[in-house]
Ligand binder design. Structure first.
Ligand SMILES: [Ca+2]
Length: 248
């Protein structure tokens, strides 16, 4: 029994709160309620002790950006010790897209003030993302305040990739299944941008890169859209399944 208790004690203490290495933003800020105060390592629930966030009303949100994509197991939230009802109905969202400030990402949970406990823990069952949002989407004019947010999980290993130098550019093919908008933001975060196919030479280069890739690929690859302007008409180019398609 003694060894068992020691083992669990070590596991519990080895957990790392990855929120401390992230950055925070929020929809708006009243003086003294900066977004970083929810990740300052201080769970003090008293507003006057200067460790809680505070937005204005009207669909407020608070967003944590982690230093990479994490597989999130748990999130611990500490509410204020006054105006506790402001936490009621707040959605916790996890994902990779910053569209709509991250408030379109999948939901882990909806939280409410818990009588008798200012800190509650929600299970997110390994949801993956680099953004964690707290979002109050209802029309009620309520500010959002958080005194501390702790996030536990593991860093998702980077996907396989291969890079070649061609056409005076570094071209990287990434083996990760994403929708187009997430692929766009992924490339802008980790590289430069989605690749533009400028003509037949680029197309041939991409074909060779795809043929030499040492890891499995999906049937379709994402590239960026490129707007071409001619004397006759304007159109965009996009690569799908190895062929350039043109659309006006
Ligand atoms: Ca705090």
């Amino acid at each position: 029994m003694g060894y068992s208790r020691l083992f669990y004690s070590i596991i519990a203490e080895s957990r790392i709160n990855v929120a401390l290495s992230g950055t925070a933003l929020q929809s708006s800020t009243i003086p003294g309620g900066e977004a970083e105060r929810a990740i300052d390592g201080n769970s003090d629930p008293e507003w006057t002790h200067q460790s809680c966030t505070h937005t204005n009303p009207e669909k407020p949100w608070w967003r944590l950006q982690l230093p990479g994509v994490f597989r999130v197991s748990e999130i611990a939230v500490t509410n204020r010790n006054s105006n506790r009802e402001r936490l009621n109905g707040v959605e916790i969202l996890i994902g990779n897209t910053p569209v709509n400030n991250g408030n379109n990402n999948p939901r882990c949970s909806i939280i409410y003030d818990v009588p008798g406990s200012l800190t509650q823990t929600v299970q997110c069952r390994g949801m993956e993302g680099r953004f964690i949002n707290f979002y109050l989407s209802c029309a009620t004019a309520t500010a959002l305040t958080l005194c501390e947010v702790k996030v536990y999980g593991e860093l998702v290993p980077p996907p396989p990739s291969i890079t070649i130098q061609a056409m005076e550019r570094n071209v990287t093919l990434v083996g990760k299944r994403l929708c187009w908008s997430d692929a766009l933001f992924y490339c802008r975060d980790h590289h430069w941008d989605l690749l533009s196919i400028r003509g037949p030479e680029d197309q041939e280069m991409v074909d060779e890169l795809v043929a030499s890739t040492p890891f499995p690929l999906t049937r379709q690859l994402w590239v960026g859209l490129r707007r071409l302007v001619s004397s006759l008409y304007n159109y965009y180019q996009v690569l799908i399944k190895g062929n350039i398609l043109k659309g006006v």
